[in-house]
Design a protein around this ligand. Structure first.
Ligand SMILES: CC(C)(COP(=O)(O)OP(=O)(O)OC[C@H]1O[C@@H](n2cnc3c(N)ncnc32)[C@H](O)[C@@H]1OP(=O)(O)O)[C@@H](O)C(=O)NCCC(=O)NCCS
Length: 276
């Protein structure tokens, strides 16, 4: 059985660090240390864990409960029109390899969402690699995040094994936690229709291309071409509002003019919420 709850105590924060190493293989210069997890929790962020209450799949002796996934976020402040409001920047989401594709990733995001709403925080953001088809599927299709911002080489050179030595280009996912779009998608209902003006494709073979130094140039070529397409589309006022997979497993970002309705919802809600 999997239990979802905030992490507590040094051992559980340390388990997050270990899962971080297992997932990304970061070297020491990039590793988020235990003390930052602890602080994230303390200053209004989140460190939510998924625990296998049977002790995990590893051989004994295992701790009482094994951490098999976590979501970590940091608190942030947005400003505009003379006002300031809180939001969460979700910095890490990881599920241990043998536990993937069983809904734990989505569930951890849902736990983050509910916990944020319980504290009257209604906006969450995170970055993700536009070449990671699974993550795009999760963020856009399953959770209802939208994207309007592309950051080339956002973190600089990375030791992450998932990065494959490529520049750390990132999309910024925006998750408007109580918007009709997000609520519909999480309930399994279709979001409002959009007129798709542009599609940007990521070939399914990208994972293989990134993994081998012999084919890395092909992955880099896709990254550079898509970087241009995203930047041009965002400069025209388009947003990523959908993501689909074709029969070959290629990922397709779907872009449309960003709906006015969502914008109006956002500003009205904020006025209402933070002036009370
Ligand atoms: C991203 C991650 C947290 C997702 O966790 P997870 O528990 O596997 O996610 P879920 O099972 O909730 O959802 C994954 C969905 O993607 C689908 N999926 C799996 N492989 C896929 C692929 N190659 N392409 C597209 N979708 C894929 C799954 O079928 C599932 O959708 P479904 O429920 O409709 O079937 C996990 O894969 C992970 O730890 N990855 C490494 C670290 C990372 O990239 N973190 C995220 C940074 S944004």
């Amino acid at each position: 059985m999997i239990e979802f709850r905030p992490c507590e105590g040094f051992d559980e924060f340390e388990a997050c660090v270990q899962l971080q190493i297992e997932t990304w293989g970061y070297d020491e210069s990039e590793l988020i240390p235990r003390r930052t997890f602890l602080l994230a929790q303390k200053i209004g962020g989140q460190v939510l864990g998924a625990f296998d209450t049977d002790g995990g799949s590893n051989s004994a002796p295992e701790p009482r409960q094994a951490l098999v996934g976590f979501a970590m976020s940091l608190p942030g402040i947005k400003t505009g029109s003379g006002k300031a409001w809180p939001y969460l920047h979700s910095h890490m989401l990881a599920v241990r390899e043998g536990y993937r594709n069983r809904g734990l990733g989505v569930r951890l995001k849902q736990e983050q969402r509910l916990e944020a709403i319980s504290r009257r925080i209604f906006h969450m953001e995170w970055t993700f690699d536009p070449l990671e088809i699974k993550n795009a599927f999760l963020n856009i299709h399953k959770l209802g995040a939208i994207v309007r911002d592309y950051r080339p080489d956002f973190y600089g050179v990375s030791s992450s094994r998932l990065q494959g030595g490529l520049p750390t280009d990132r999309l910024i996912a925006e998750w408007e936690l109580t918007s009709p779009r997000v609520e519909s998608i999480l309930d399994g209902r279709p979001a409002a229709e959009h007129v798709i003006e542009e599609r940007i494709l990521v070939p399914a073979a990208i994972y293989q291309w990134k993994a081998s130094s012999a084919s890395r140039d092909r992955a880099l070529a896709v990254q550079l071409e898509n970087r241009k397409k995203f930047q041009e589309a965002f400069s025209r006022g388009l947003a990523v509002v959908g993501f689909s997979l074709d029969a070959e497993g290629n990922g397709i970002f779907e872009l449309a003019p960003h709906g006015q309705a969502e914008q109006v919802f956002k500003s009205q809600e904020r006025e209402k919420i933070y002036e009370n």
